[in-house]
Design a protein around this ligand. Structure first.
Ligand code: ATP
Ligand code: ZN
Length: 735
């Protein structure tokens, strides 16, 4: 008797398990391959899973296995390199394989849609329609017109109908009469012979030297460390042009809010070849179509945010990660992968170059450059005629502030506007004020469900928790002492907007934050208005910090630069420095010189002084030497095991047991160290108490080995059921 065929399947469940099924009935078992999707019964649901292995035995008795219901693909969905990258990543990030693979796939494929592009409908005549005598439908002139057009041209698509001025309702009538039918067809444009649409800029000596060091093929990672506005993007464009002319594709990753229509347009202007975007603003169908175009090789350049690292590419020849320091490249929940780090692995496996670009590289990448793992390329000057902006520190400890603005700051804003230029005011707090205060008894509006204050919003007026989304009405009187003098405490973007509008009533004040840009196209419209160049004041959060090239902004004001300096997250100061310089980098990017005012309460702080007086590299050195002394990344490797529960003792007890299990496996010492359980930075969030156990290791190997042993033990642990828990490898956010 022939050996049975058993399918080992990854299913989207939170369980760290693979599931055995029998092949679907009537399917030729020689057609079954890893990477194909199957639909299977699971309890009383139906799930879509991926075949991991086709094998001849199971640890369960065969009669207990259920057959899969259907095989959905004739070929594996992903190319082999990407399939293996996904498996590796699930392993490395200690995430259940089924859920990891699901995260990596476009939504429609997870739901079982065929991996085919949706075509455009084309209308044609049925046999009956063709058989109609001339002059038929005379009493319905529009229908007659449509009939004539179809008889003449054979088929019409939406654009043709629009050009003929024929409404869809007329088409529908003929369809209902059985005279016309539609069929979907994918248009494959013939390949474009030209690579370039627009001539490249002439590179500066520095740019040319950097580009020359990036090889055209072979594995190679460069850290392109170029000051803001130094023309990093121009180097990406020229490196991509070389790759395209070898007939290969390019994949560019950008931060979540960096994928603006301007960025996309810049690539489309330069290249005659198809450029597609992949980002969260697209609907599921658009995303799947772009994914398929990349896989089948028709898209030549793909630009996407984090999850685009999982885009299948027919023949990838170069990978680029722009603003590589940006924390949005690390997924913070579920499958906690780092797209930047996976890019390095993907480049290595495909034997292609990777460019990591930033004006403020992450300390990890700087460290890798210094130890020779990455090639270090520097751009120290701004491109074209632009010069580096002048930085002015303002010590605001003893100055009277008007709604957060010093008098000098307001004066400089006025002079800038009078000269016909634009101003950007940065404040990383949305809402009207960080909270509401009672001046009589000291009461503060706190969230009932979190260890945090409620933010006061004015449009519409309410109190809002930015951590759990809890919302409530603004009380008229203090709930504690009944005083009616409740007042906002501190500054948010809405309040700064109001203050600026009061000081500059004749100037457009544009607020840019998550609230003001919630509506589709709102952000695009705001950015377009700025590009028109009329004097205006932009006030907003970090949405303004990244990647924008506003030629007429000559003054940048950083209202409160100190957040992050005293954060309990060890990355706080690093992030503060990066954000500060990225925002500052928006000033004076074109022909007009720029100025940056940095209002600070801590002008004497060594980190602030180093950053402002000696620049990012000295600042990074200082932080790196602290990290070395305290044994933090990049000198040691880290994982966070988090647990949260409605009862704090559950989380603590679970993590204590996990630590005991870990110490049994590997006693604490130089190779592996343990810290905790400790309360998370925000100990209570959404009514859950959050704790964490930190594991740090001298090398990744030891950490991986330990975590692979611990994860299944944790899942089986009796206390696991009373907690939500997760493992975060190389955590970026310690909260
Ligand atoms: N060689 C060059 N000659 C003239 N202009 C250039 C050159 N390279 C770049 N530029 C121009 O300089 C401006 C800034 O360049 P670019 O956006 O590439 O910089 P960047 O380093 O990517 O900036 P950031 O990190 O701040 O986003 C752009 O307007 C670009 O067209
Ligand atoms: Zn809350």
């Amino acid at each position: 008797m022939a050996a049975p065929t058993v399918l080992e399947i990854a299913l989207p469940t939170p369980l760290r398990r693979r599931f055995d099924y029998l092949p679907p009935e009537g399917v030729d078992t020689t057609l079954l391959k890893p990477g194909q999707r199957v639909r299977v019964p699971f309890g009383n649901q139906r799930l879509i899973g991926l075949i991991l292995r086709v094998k001849s035995e199971s640890s369960l008795p065969l009669q207990n296995l259920r057959p899969a219901e259907a095989l959905l693909d004739t070929k594996p969905l992903l190319p082999d390199d990407l399939w293996r990258l996904c498996l590796w990543a699930a392993d490395y990030y200690q995430h259940p394989i089924g859920d990891a693979l699901h995260t990596a796939l476009p939504v429609l494929l997870r739901q079982g849609e065929p991996d085919r592009e949706k075509g455009e409908p084309y209308w044609q005549l049925t046999t009956e329609g063709k058989g109609l005598p001339e002059g038929a439908l005379k009493r319905a002139p529009r229908q007659a017109e449509l009939l004539a057009a179809l008889q003449q041209r054979g088929a019409l698509n939406r654009a043709d109908l629009a050009a003929l001025g024929i409404a869809r309702s007329h088409v529908k009538t003929l369809e209902d009469k059985g005279l016309v039918f539609s069929r979907e067809q994918v248009l494959t444009p013939s390949p474009e012979p030209n690579i370039l649409r627009d001539t490249p800029l002439t590179l500066s000596d520095e740019q040319a030297a950097a580009l020359a060091q990036i090889p055209e093929d072979g594995f190679h990672i460069s850290l392109l460390d170029g000051t803001t506005g130094s023309g990093k993007t121009e180097i990406y464009l020229q490196a991509i042009a070389r790759t395209l002319s070898q007939g290969r594709q390019a994949l560019v990753l950008v931060p979540e809010i960096g994928l603006t229509p301007q960025t996309l347009a810049r690539f489309q202007r330069r290249f005659a070849q198809p450029v597609v975007a992949l980002h969260s603003g697209m609907n599921d169908r658009e995303r799947l179509d772009a994914w398929l175009q990349a896989r089948d090789g028709r898209a030549r350049i793909v630009i996407g945010t984090r999850s685009a690292i999982f885009t299948p590419m027919a023949d990838l020849g170069i990978l680029i990660v722009d603003e590589e320091h940006d924390s949005s490249f690390k997924q913070q929940d579920g499958f906690r992968y780092s797209a930047r780090d996976l890019a390095a692995l993907r480049a290595h496996r495909l034997n292609i170059p990777l460019i990591l670009g930033s004006a403020t590289p992450s300390l990890e990448s700087l460290h890798n450059a210094r130890t020779g793992r990455y090639h270090y390329l520097r751009l120290t000057h701004r491109a074209g005629n632009a010069r580096a902006p002048e930085l002015l520190t303002q010590d605001i400890r003893r100055q009277p502030l008007d709604e957060g603005f010093s008098r000098d700051t307001l004066e400089r804003i006025r002079t800038t506007l009078d000269a016909g230029n634009q101003v950007l005011v940065f404040l990383n707090r949305r809402g009207y004020a960080p909270t509401l205060e009672c001046p009589d008894c000291g009461w503060l509006a706190e969230c009932r469900h979190c260890d945090t204050r409620l933010t006061l919003h004015q449009t519409p007026r309410h109190l809002h928790c930015h951590h759990c989304d809890h919302q409530r009405a603004v009380p008229r009187a203090c709930p504690s002492c009944k005083s009616t003098r409740l007042q906002p405490l501190g500054q948010g973007t809405e309040r700064s907007e109001e203050a600026l509008q009061r000081h500059f009533p004749d100037t457009r004040v544009l607020r840019v934050d998550r609230d003001s840009t919630r509506q589709k196209n709102a952000f695009r419209d705001l950015v377009e208005e700025v590009h028109r160049g009329d004097p205006c004041i932009l006030v907003g959060t970090q949405m303004l910090a990244k990647g924008h090239h506003f030629a007429d902004v000559t003054l940048v004001v950083i209202l409160d630069s100190d957040a992050g300096l005293f954060s309990t997250d060890f990355r706080g100061p690093e992030r503060m420095g990066q954000l500060l310089l990225q925002v500052a980098g928006r000033a004076g990017r074109a022909d007009k010189p720029g100025q940056v005012i940095i209002q600070t309460h801590h002008a004497e702080h060594p980190l602030v002084r180093t950053l402002l007086e000696r620049g990012y590299h000295a600042f990074a050195e200082l932080i790196l030497s602290e990290r070395r002394l305290t044994g933090l990344p990049p000198f040691r490797h880290m994982a966070l095991i988090r647990a949260e529960s409605k009862r704090p003792e559950n989380a603590v007890a679970f993590l204590k047991q996990v630590r005991a299990l870990a110490e049994q496996r590997h006693p604490p010492g130089h190779e592996l160290g343990y810290l905790g359980p400790l309360p998370a930075m925000l100990e209570k969030r959404g009514d859950r108490f959050r704790y964490q156990l930190q594991v740090n290791a001298a090398n990744r190997g030891a950490l991986q080995k330990l975590l692979s042993q611990l994860a299944p033990e944790m899942e089986q642990h009796a206390l696991a059921k009373r907690n939500r828990w997760s493992i975060d490898v190389d955590p970026q956010d310690m909260g």
